[in-house]
Design a protein around this ligand. Structure first.
Ligand code: ATP
Length: 140
């Protein structure tokens, strides 16, 4: 078993996609180990995305990520990290609609910023991100 961090971003929560996305998660045989609905503040969103702090889109990214509540989940199954990345599709939701029409970002994303979901990009990112939100969850 492997664990990854999944997040339904503010546009996904406010657009009422949480139930549809959770249905996709459960149909793909992930176990939802933990979940929490939370409002990120500027410091928390900046820390979560610190690797992008020098990017031109960073300020807008923090504004977007703090624009409403997010649903954060720890997902578990074999190859959880890569499987969840496959399910969410490419970063740019416009492109996802063309190249990966059955992906979650094609379903509920708008563009390269408002792409409705997050997934850890490696097992080491997953470990960091799970600890970031759930200090008591052990990554096996
Ligand atoms: P995430 O880390 O959220 O799962 P990702 O790994 O597909 O997304 P990253 O390159 O890590 O993409 O970018 C992090 C987030 O920053 C994206 O999900 C998106 O919301 C935002 N972002 C990325 N590129 C751009 C861009 N060119 N313009 C605006 N926002 C962007």
């Amino acid at each position: 078993e492997e664990r990854t961090l999944a997040m339904i971003k503010p546009d996904g929560v406010s657009g009422n996609y949480s139930d549809d996305i959770k249905r996709i998660i459960l149909e793909a045989s992930f176990n939802i180990v933990k979940e929490t609905l939370t409002q990120l503040d500027k410091d928390t969103a900046s820390a979560f995305y610190h690797e992008h702090s020098s990017k031109s889109f960073f300020h807008d990214l923090v504004t977007y990520m703090t624009s409403g509540p997010v649903l954060v989940m720890v997902l578990e199954k074999p190859n959880a990290v890569s499987h969840w990345r496959d399910l969410i599709g490419p970063t740019d939701a416009q492109k996802a609609k063309i190249s990966h029409p059955h992906s979650i970002r094609a379903l509920c994303g708008k563009d390269s910023q408002r792409n409705c979901v997050h997934g850890s990009d490696s097992t080491s990112s997953a470990e960091r991100e799970i600890k970031f939100f759930f200090k008591d969850v052990v990554v096996p």
